[in-house]
Structures are given as structure tokens and as C-alpha cells.
Design a protein around this ligand. Sequence first.
Ligand SMILES: Nc1ncnc2c1ncn2[C@@H]1O[C@H](COP(=O)(O)OP(=O)(O)O)[C@@H](O)[C@H]1O
Ligand SMILES: [Mg+2]
Length: 337
Amino acid sequence: MASTDIGIDLGTANIIITLGNKGIVVNEPSVVAYDKKKQCVLAVGDEAYKMLGRTPEYIVAVKPLKDGVVSDNEMTEAMLIAFIKKVIGRIVKPRIILCVPSSVTDVERRAVVEAALSAGARKVYLIEEPIAALIGAGVDISKPNGTMVVDIGGGTVDIAVVSFNGIVKSASLKLAGNRFDSAIVKGVTQKYKILIGEKTAENAKKEIANVFEPTGKKITVKGRHLIKGLPESVEISDKDIYDFLIDEVTEIVDKIKGVFEQTPPELVGDILTSGIILTGGGALLKGLPELISKTLGAPCYVADDPIECVAKGVQKAFKHADELLDGFEKISLYRYK
Ligand SMILES: Nc1ncnc2c1ncn2[C@@H]1O[C@H](COP(=O)(O)OP(=O)(O)O)[C@@H](O)[C@H]1O
Ligand SMILES: [Mg+2]
């Protein structure tokens, strides 16, 4: 790997960028603020995140990747170019490996690749997310041994069974971390008649949620009372959150089960031995591995640093760019020369 090689995990919630052997140099929200009057990017990442919902009319602050798809092509490109330029500095023509959500269409993939090229890349590779996730989790995917990975991000859950450098079975669900947050907002509204913000809901999820065995932990959240119209606080418990999230979580578990049912029996045997690996920020939802494991009867564990796992895999994938060309071509959906 050259010291100028750039790896990018372009997630719906976060964009994580690695540079050469340095490791992660950017880990910021996938947000862009754009000045419509001057037609230029004002800020990206952390800085733009602060502007969400707080901008005057001529400035747009958006999350351009929604539900795992590129909801705004132009803004996605603008954001990507701004981030790459930030990292490149004086680097001339780097190689870039990009990982995009698996539900992104070919047209959108091409747009992202073009954006990387116009930001100054010499060569751009795309890598599939489950492959990057497994490499990042330290799994040797070149063996004819089945491994199952479930990546739970902000917009999508991506499930894949990988063997021999390739994806054998996969499925994607447009329901993940963001939907958990909106389910909590909805639940608190219905039960307590208080409207809380998505960020407050996300915080409660991270602090006290437990989707396997809620223990009675509590957190105070602030919002606006729907009838009185005034600010009000309410204490919610992990049992409340369990009730608000259980439908969504069950849908995820059912989807994993569906993939199991379509997987060749030999590989199912491998997975029962080696277990299901969870990656992505949603893997940190407490109780989830236990719930999956109990429902499906297969061991399930969270990869080290699940949020950074895909980015680490992208960084490591540069090793395979030349030596494993066949395998790599199989896993890179779009190779730009
Ligand atoms: N401790 C936690 N518990 C539950 N969910 C978490 C936790 N930390 C992060 N998340 C959730 O993980 C999601 C982001 O995961 P990430 O893998 O970065 O997404 P993406 O790849 O789509 O950018 C968000 O919905 C966030 O709320
Ligand atoms: Mg991701």
C-alpha cells in the first residue's frame, strides 16, 4: 500500500476515511452545507452537522445519503469532493477505494466514482460493504468457509454470506439506526404526549436501550408537550424503549433468518461453528447479539470497533488490489481504469 492510498467508507450516517498506513484520518457525519447563492460548499462533516435544521433559506444543510441510497446525487458528489480534497492536501493523484451502501444503484455508484476522479484520484475502486466489513473484522475470506456478516448502519442493514472471496447470498433491509430513532420519537409521542427530537431519541438509544433484557434503567428526555405546547421533561425507561424498538428489531432478525434459509447447508454448518459477525454502529445496540443468537441458535458477536470496521477493511483491501486481482475484480463492482 502506498502512503497516498485513500480508503473511504461512505456511510449514510458517517463517512470514514483512511490514508495510507496512518489509519483513520476522518470520521465525521455524512452531512454537507451548501450555499445556493454562491453555489459552493460551505462546510462538510462535523461543522455541517451543527447547521442541520438551523440554516437560512439560501443555505442547505443535508444528509445526502438517506436510507442507504443517494437521495441527492449532486450533494453527495459535492460532499465527497470536499472531503477528498481535505485529505489529499498536497498528494498528487492518489488511488482511492470506495465503499458505498450496497443498495446504491449503478448510476449512483458511477456518480460517486466520477466525483472521486474529479477530486483528483488516479484510480478508483469500489468494494462491496460485506467484503470490506469482513476484511476489517480480520476474517480470512479467501478460504472456502462460510461466514455471515450483518452490518447495521444508519440507513440499512446488510446481510451477507461470504465464502471464497465472494458473496454467496445477501439481503438488504432499509431499516436500521435511523428507524430506531424515529420509532423512539413515535413511541414517546404516543405514550407520553411529548414530541422529542431525533438526536434526543438517538442519545436515549445509545445510553439505555436493551433489546434483550431491559433492567429498568431510566433516562430523562426533553421535548414539547403536544397539548400544552410547552417544553417538558419525562423519564423513560429501557422497558419503554424495548417496546418501541421490538418490531423493528424483530424484522431484522427475521431477515437474517431468511438469508439462513437460502444458504447452502454446508455453509450454514460453517456459520453455526464460526458465528454471525455484527458490524456498523447498530451492532452496539445492547442486547442485539444475544437476541440474534437466542432466536437463530447460532453464535453471534460484535466485531472490534464495529463503527470503524468497514473503513479498516477498505484500508486493508489495497493489499489485494494487485495480488488478488481475480478475487478483487469479483468483489469490486466497478473498476475504473
Ligand atoms: N452505542 C450505540 N448503540 C446503538 N446504536 C448506536 C450506537 N452507536 C452508534 N449507533 C448507531 O449506529 C448508526 C450509525 O452507524 P454507522 O455504521 O456509522 O452507519 P453508516 O455506515 O450508515 O454511516 C446510527 O444510527 C447510530 O445511532
Ligand atoms: Mg456503514
